[in-house]
Design a protein around this ligand. Structure first.
Ligand SMILES: Nc1ncnc2c1ncn2[C@@H]1O[C@H](COP(=O)(O)OP(=O)(O)OP(=O)(O)O)[C@@H](O)[C@H]1O
Ligand SMILES: [Mg+2]
Length: 251
């Protein structure tokens, strides 16, 4: 498998506080990587470094490097807007815009590309199909997205991310606000999407990490304790702290 991200001695400070303490591991492309660990250990902080969303938080400072397909995304020459197009993000709470379903998906392409109506229709359909939502909404494209269920809204947010043709999808506890059936739908969707995209997901659900991901990274206190193939990490963790966490003895 090709490496998508290589993380070299990554440190992140919020003011004086070191939230990521020198991380070294890599994320393979076209696969699902799960980030696990107790609350406050730095999972969301790390996820935000992958598309430089942390730039928007005042007082943050990054040291070390993150190579995305070989290029350091923290190099001064990086076009951050372009980076965020390449690396889409889906959050914990579905956050559609209070606009129509169509306009939610068309938003990014309208901003970044000059498409005529027919091309835009095609992008909207392709993205909604990609997010396994098309069949449920194809007759309601002009209805307000706020009228969809939570699970549908979350798939709409995935469609919105796919519409700008990213290579990476970041998901921060993106199923934790959903019912079990919607959760399963998103897990199945992630399995399909990994054929084309690299997916990095934060989850507090050990079953989800074990079920869905190919690699798992265990964070503790701003450090990576263990990063390995999911089967290996869950069946035979190399660090005692990993074992304690995945068996629910702490965290
Ligand atoms: N904007 C911020 N300013 C200052 N400190 C922050 C900020 N965001 C996070 N932190 C601190 O950085 C550490 C890591 O937080 P982070 O949100 O990355 O944890 P997490 O693993 O995602 O936790 P959770 O599972 O609860 O979402 C915590 O100590 C937190 O208090
Ligand atoms: Mg978090």
């Amino acid at each position: 498998m090709q490496t998508k991200y290589e993380i070299n001695d990554l440190k992140l400070y919020y003011g004086d506080f070191m939230a990521l303490k020198g991380l070294n591991f890599s994320i393979p492309e076209k696969s699902i990587t799960a980030l696990i660990g107790p609350s406050g250990c730095g999972k969301s902080t790390f996820l935000r470094t992958l598309n430089r969303m942390n730039d928007m938080i005042a007082g943050t400072r990054v040291e070390g490097e993150i190579l995305l397909s070989g290029d350091n995304i923290y190099a001064p020459s990086t076009d951050v807007e372009q980076l965020r197009k390449r690396v889409g993000m889906v959050f914990q709470q579905p956050n559609p815009f209070p606009k129509s379903i169509y306009e939610n998906v068309a938003f990014g392409p309208r901003l970044h590309q000059k498409l005529d109506r027919k091309q835009l229709n095609e992008v909207v359909e392709r993205s909604l199909r990609g997010a396994s939502l098309w069949d449920e909404v194809k007759d309601d494209l002009n209805k307000n997205a706020m009228g969809l269920s939570g699970g549908q809204q979350q798939r709409l947010c995935i469609a919105r991310a796919l519409a700008v043709d990213p290579d990476v999808l970041l998901m921060d506890e993106s199923t934790s606000a959903l019912d079990p059936i919607s959760t399963l739908k998103i897990e199945e969707l992630a399995q399909e999407l990994k054929e084309k995209y690299t997916i990095v997901m934060v989850t507090h659900n050990m079953h989800q990490a074990a079920r869905v991901s190919d690699q798992t990274v265990f964070f503790l206190n701003g450090e990576v304790i263990e990063a390995d193939q999911t089967g290996q990490l869950f069946s035979n963790p190399s660090d005692k702290r990993t074992e304690e966490y995945i068996t629910g003895r702490f965290g």
